[in-house]
Design a protein around this ligand. Structure first.
Ligand SMILES: NC(=O)C1=CN([C@@H]2O[C@H](COP(=O)(O)OP(=O)(O)OC[C@H]3O[C@@H](n4cnc5c(N)ncnc54)[C@H](OP(=O)(O)O)[C@@H]3O)[C@@H](O)[C@H]2O)C=CC1
Ligand SMILES: CC(=O)[C@@H](O)[C@H](O)COP(=O)(O)O
Ligand SMILES: [Mn+2]
Length: 383
């Protein structure tokens, strides 16, 4: 039996995690939930899963939840509440599914408290991979990947030796605009960018997918999860999202993990590893599928992917800055303050201005994150 705490329970990963828990009530008990401001969904979750602790982002949202649930459920709010959920003494497994680098501190706290981690929040590893890895080693904690590509690689590597890996190949759908020219992208709206061709996900990761920054963040995430240098991590566009990623070994053999695009599969595998349990997913019909397609992930067409490789190779605080600038750029695009193509310009300008620090402390990471956000909000940066 796993005793779960879920950070970001009302989001896309959070609700899929609860769907997995609901399918196997004999395997999972939900102990604590943290979310932002979605009171309706949290009240539904509390009534359905009966956690002992709940946290909301604001006092108002917490009071609204408290007034509508059993008095025995403790409701907290803000940073203190998220930290309490992440370290709840009755939970042994924390699903990290907040969005953005706000996931870093609670995920680290969960690791330091000795919880196993199911990691969806890729920004945690992008912004402070060296700190998170060391903390996990110190605490003897395993980080199980939930991100579909990393789950695929984790599955392909099962029983293999690290030294036998030649390279890994992350597949990318190409996002909402994969068939658009750069000229057309100048007019891209948030509504169009939010229509992912294959996956139903939260807004931030869907925009990242359209710019291909998602794949860039995933390259850095893979570097930390699988201890591979950047020249051993490749990306290929695969419009169908049926192959979730691949590992090529030194003898030329390639292992791939395939399936319909359904996040419950990698979530459940992260929760039950090394076991597999049944799951009510749509099965692949090979004849209906017919064929699979691949395209080159071109750096000129996708500058965000290029910048992510550059930031990863530079290391230190540069990935932190890439990530923070990207979070602001996405927020401003969704608020219609900047255009689709201005997102990559903002990130590039912020990176150009940054003097990276090597082996940064957590405080230096916070400082770089704050600095990058303030520059990315400054309108002079996109000119
Ligand atoms: N969605 C997917 O299929 C995939 C997502 N990922 C990664 O997983 C992470 C989560 O993504 P996704 O589920 O799509 O995101 P969503 O936007 O759907 O969900 C985000 C969650 O975080 C909560 N939240 C937002 N702000 C705060 C805050 N200040 N304090 C506490 N909670 C907060 C939201 O609460 P509320 O809604 O109540 O405000 C919600 O529960 C991201 O890092 C993403 O890149 C990776 C692979 C696939
Ligand atoms: C489901 C998942 O893991 C997402 O991160 C997905 O990868 C987004 O798709 P693309 O970035 O390939 O468009
Ligand atoms: Mn992914």
């Amino acid at each position: 039996m796993r005793h779960l705490a879920i950070l970001g329970s009302t989001g896309s990963i959070g609700t899929n995690t609860l769907a997995v828990a609901a399918e196997h009530p004999d395997q999972f008990e939900v102990m604590a939930l943290a979310a932002g401001t979605n009171v309706e969904e949290m009240v539904r979750q509390v009534n359905r899963f009966r956690p002992r602790l709940v946290s909301m982002a604001t006092k108002e949202a917490a009071e609204a939840v408290q007034s509508r649930v059993d008095a025995g459920v403790k409701v907290m709010w803000g940073d203190e509440g998220v930290m309490a959920v992440a370290t709840h003494p009755d939970a042994d497994y924390v699903v990290s599914a907040l969005v953005g680098s706000r996931g870093l501190r609670p995920t680290l706290a969960a690791i330091e408290a000795g919880k196993a981690i199911g990691l969806a929040n890729k920004e945690t590893l992008v912004t402070a991979g060296h700190i998170v890895k060391k903390a996990a080693e110190r605490a003897g904690v395993t980080i199980y990947p939930i991100d579909s590509e990393h789950s695929a690689i984790f599955q392909c590597l099962n029983g293999e030796r690290h030294k036998d890996v030649h390279r890994i190949i992350l597949t990318a759908s190409g996002g909402a605009f994969r068939d658009w020219t750069r000229e057309q992208l100048a007019e891209a709206t948030p509504e169009a960018a939010l229509k992912h061709p294959n996956w139903s996900m939260g807004a931030k990761v869907t925009i990242d997918s359209a710019t291909m920054m998602n794949k860039g963040l995933e390259v850095i995430e893979a570097h930390w999860l699988f201890d591979l240098s950047y020249d051993r991590i490749d990306v290929v566009i695969h419009p169908e999202s049926i192959i979730h990623s691949m590992v090529e070994f030194v003898d030329g053999a390639v292992m791939a993990q395939l399936g319909t695009p359904d996040m419950r599969v990698p979530i459940q595998y992260a929760l039950t590893y090394p076991k597999r349990l049944s799951l009510s997913t749509k099965r692949l019909d090979w004849v209906e599928l017919g064929s699979l397609h691949f395209r080159r992930a071109d750096f000129d067409r996708y500058p965000c992917l290029r910048m992510a490789y550059e930031a990863g190779r530079i290391g230190g605080t540069m990935p932190t800055v890439l990530n923070a600038a990207n979070e602001v750029a996405v927020e401003r695009f969704l608020a219609r303050e900047i255009s689709f193509l201005e997102m990559e310009k903002v990130i590039e300008r912020v990176m150009e201005r940054h003097q990276p620090i090597t082996e940064p402390s957590l405080e230096a990471i916070d400082e770089a994150d704050r600095w990058a956000r303030s520059v990315a909000y400054d309108d002079r940066v996109r000119v």
